[in-house]
Design a binder for this molecule. Structure first.
Ligand code: FCB
Length: 472
């Protein structure tokens, strides 16, 4: 999609006072400096070197060189008026082999970043794990090993001790479903394993790691503890994508909803696994990794739930279909392609999905404040000769999603903030640098940053705490 003229909905909308506006990134996707200051290798350093795993053979070695350019980046954030910036801490900088004492050089970077953010009036939101597991821990079993969860709790305590005087808002883990099912199930992400049994074990140990870390943070006096999940409405459709669905389609949607959403929501917010998750897991390697009081640990109360929303998932009953490797138990279920429009990732653009999700969460899991910790879109952005990046399609995308979020708020969803993915164009995992999600364009040849039109638009949204309905 390319934008020629920009048409957003034209009703002005105001968000509640105190609504938090921000942007998000993740360490491996932007920092570069992969060998600086004692940083150890992570599973993404290893995986990105396996031929064919990442488009273009790209790696995060240099990325946006944010490690060296963070001051300039924080200045740009300040220019946009961000209230909050969500970054992740690279475990292999803090503990190069995943255990033992803190490397002062590695944690020093986050010290400086946090100071720069606070000086600029931006609240730091620290995520402790955004997929860059120290390779040394993967060599000892990675997330299929219970010990990794214990190591994560120790690492959490070390980082918290060092930054607690300046950071109040902590997210333990980003998207455990992706880490488990793309990393250990389908193998399209690091570490690239392809075993349903491993994926279930990894998912449980990621949840356990969250619970243990949440307890550690709580004991250390952390003010706001959260977990970020990738969640999506699961929509039953007919096999051709047509509306008009059968009971079988609805059952298929129920199963995929259990696997993607409830597998994480129910243990954390209800202290139990959903029945269908237990059924499927017991057919894929069993449940011996779930120990007696794990669920009580995992259900440690959180102060907010982070939601990463990109698009709904469409499913239909289709007898005879082989299982999709990211959804063990999905034999007989098809995933019909969604109708256009799509982003450059091929992901359908469905803003109402965000509203539906927020309302469902408030209804089914009441009492936990919600923050959209990621939402955004990749488009094929190219700077015009005048140096401007006219990304009207992204503005329309963000505008429409914010309108859906606002409608959910009006309907009673307890939404406290919205962070756009992403602040910068960056290393989009298996897609490499080809997919640009930033509101700030990065020219990888010389590391120049060019705030896109969407960045200017977002600055205005923040300034008025809402949408003006302007046509830019
Ligand atoms: C999410 C990830 C984030 C980014 C976006 C596009 O799943 O958390 O790092 O890749 O998707």
């Amino acid at each position: 999609m390319t934008a020629t003229t920009l048409q957003t909905d034209d009703r002005p909308l105001t968000f509640p006072p105190g609504f938090v506006w921000g942007a998000a990134t993740a360490a491996y996707q932007i920092e570069g400096a992969a060998r600086d200051d004692g940083r150890g290798p992570s599973i993404w350093d290893t995986f990105s070197r396996v031929p064919g795993k990442v488009a273009g053979g790209h790696t995060g070695d240099v990325a946006c060189d944010h490690y060296h350019r963070y001051r300039e980046d924080v200045r740009l954030m300040a220019g946009l008026g961000l209230d909050a910036y969500r970054f992740s801490v690279a475990w292999p900088r803090v503990q190069p082999d995943g255990s033992g004492p803190v490397d002062p050089r590695g944690i020093g970077f986050y010290d400086r970043l946090v100071d720069a953010l606070l000086d600029a009036g931006i609240t730091p939101y620290a995520t402790l794990y955004h997929w860059d597991l120290p390779q040394a821990l993967e060599d000892r079993g990675g997330w299929t090993s219970r010990d990794t969860a214990l190591r994560f709790a120790d690492y959490t305590g070390l980082v918290h001790d060092r930054l607690a005087d300046r950071v109040d808002t902590w997210t333990t883990i980003n998207e455990p479903w992706v880490a488990a099912y793309l990393g250990y199930g389908s193998g399209v992400h690091a570490p690239g394993r392809t075993s349903a049994a491993d994926a279930f074990r990894a998912a449980h140990h990621l949840l356990l790691a969250h619970g243990l870390a949440a307890r550690r943070l709580r004991a250390g006096g952390a003010e706001r503890i959260s977990l970020t999940l990738n969640l999506a409405p699961i929509v039953a459709t007919g096999i051709s994508g047509a509306s008009g669905t059968s009971e079988q389609d609805a059952a298929a949607a129920g199963l995929i909803d259990a696997m993607l959403n409830r597998q994480f929501l129910d243990p954390v917010l209800r202290g139990e696994y959903a029945g269908p998750v237990l059924d499927v897991a017991s057919r894929h390697g069993g449940l011996d990794h779930v120990h007696g009081d794990d669920l009580a640990v995992i259900a440690e109360p959180i102060d907010s739930l982070g939601i990463n929303y990109y698009n709904p998932t469409y499913v239909a009953a289709a007898p005879g279909t082989p299982p999709n490797p990211v959804y063990p138990g999905s034999e007989g279920i098809a995933f019909p392609p969604a109708a256009p429009p799509h982003t450059a990732m091929g992901w359908p653009i469905v803003p109402e999905g965000l509203g539906d999700l927020l309302i469902r969460l408030s209804r089914d899991y009441p009492g936990v404040p919600l923050v959209v910790t990621e939402n955004g879109a990749a488009f094929d952005d190219v700077p015009d000769p005048d140096g401007r990046v006219r990304d009207g399609a992204r503005i329309r995308y963000l505008d429409a999603h914010l309108r859906a979020a606002h409608a959910a708020l009006t309907a009673g969803a307890d939404l406290r903030g919205y962070l756009v993915w992403s602040f910068l164009d960056n290393f989009e995992w298996a897609e490499g640098y080809g997919k640009r999600f930033g509101i700030v364009y990065v020219d990888y040849a010389d590391q120049r940053r060019l705030p896109k039109d969407s960045a200017q638009w977002f600055r205005d949204v923040i300034a008025r705490n809402g949408l003006g309905g302007e046509v830019a």
